[in-house]
Design a protein around this ligand. Structure first.
Ligand SMILES: C/C=C/C(=O)SCCNC(=O)CCNC(=O)[C@H](O)C(C)(C)COP(=O)(O)OP(=O)(O)OC[C@H]1O[C@@H](n2cnc3c(N)ncnc32)[C@H](O)[C@@H]1OP(=O)(O)O
Length: 271
């Protein structure tokens, strides 16, 4: 007798100690779970985070990812007990490279990613949020890069992603002073996209709104923005034209345009 699930692809989700991973209606929710240390990014937590991009890419159901934190913090930075054990520049460099690699893989995910900043997002915690495409902050959230106050510099991408996002002058204000900015100032600076009572609820609404659009177009739009970042305008525009070409050849493009002309909502298939 043929087994009902014989051909079903079963995705194995690893047992995480410091993370929760769940998928609901196409949205993967990754929750940092070390609330007793304000979700400080220990090596073991970072190793678990490093598994997320593969998990997401193996599951065709996942069309967006939200990162958030349990308790009163999103993440209060890299784990300072572990940083205290760094003995020399080589160890320090390896330490930074590891965090950078994890966040680079998150930044390279082909699906939209959102940080739901429920509380403190400091140092490495803010750098994780900066590796996401969009950021939603709760009203009481505090964001900052306090590293210079510890004799450090941001090392998980902050000196690069923050100025690219909000401009050099604003980034250096935050990096030099190490001050915490509240959600409203973060919105004004362009550091977050939205402020809400409940960051996670707002992030889910934002994801649902995004997911109404054509999946291939979303991936190509992200690819165009990401690949263009390091290039000069002429080269980047060529990439945009190529990716526009791909989008224009999809079934979803035909459906999107037909639906507009027929004055009805589109039904996208991701083809
Ligand atoms: C390359 C990347 C580099 C970096 O990220 S460097 C780190 C940058 N981050 C920081 O400097 C923030 C450090 N944390 C704080 O300043 C404070 O926390 C807060 C302002 C965020 C909150 O203060 P309060 O509400 O008074 O809580 P609490 O008692 O300080 O923290 C609760 C428990 O959480 C632990 N904790 C907080 N942040 C970290 C961290 N970054 N690394 C390790 N542990 C942390 C504490 O020690 C304490 O634990 P216990 O109850 O055992 O004393």
């Amino acid at each position: 007798m043929e087994h009902e699930h014989e051909h079903e692809f079963v995705l194995e989700i690893p047992e995480f100690e410091h993370l929760a991973y769940e998928v609901e209606e196409g949205i993967a929710l990754v929750t940092l779970k070390r609330p007793e240390a304000l979700n400080a990014l220990s090596q073991s937590l970072l190793e678990e985070l490093a598994e997320i991009p593969e998990l997401v890419q193996q599951d065709p159901e996942v069309r967006a990812v939200i990162f958030t934190g349990e308790g009163k913090a999103f993440a209060a930075g890299a784990d300072l007990k572990e940083i205290a054990a760094i003995k020399d520049p080589f160890m320090g460099r390896e330490y930074a490279l590891f965090g950078q690699r994890v966040f680079a893989e998150i930044a390279a995910l082909p699906v939209p990613t959102i940080a739901a900043i429920n509380g403190y997002a400091l140092g490495g915690g803010l750098e994780l949020a900066l590796a996401c495409d969009l950021r939603v902050a709760a009203k009481g959230a505090k964001l900052g890069l306090p590293e210079v106050g510890l004799g450090l510099i941001p090392g998980f991408g902050g000196t690069q992603r923050l100025p690219r996002l909000i401009g050099r002058g604003r980034a250096l204000d935050l990096i030099f002073t190490g001050r915490h900015v509240d959600a409203e100032e973060a919105l004004m600076l362009g550091l977050v996209n939205r402020v809400a009572e409940d960051a996670l609820e707002e992030a889910k609404k934002l994801a649902q709104k995004i997911l109404k659009n054509a999946p291939i177009a979303l991936a190509l739009a992200k690819e165009s923005v990401v690949r263009g970042e390091g290039l000069d305008l002429a080269e980047a525009l060529e990439i945009e034209a190529d990716l526009f070409g791909y989008a224009a050849a999809t079934e979803d493009m035909k459906e999107g345009v037909r639906a507009f002309l027929e004055k009805r909502p589109p039904s996208f298939k991701g083809e």
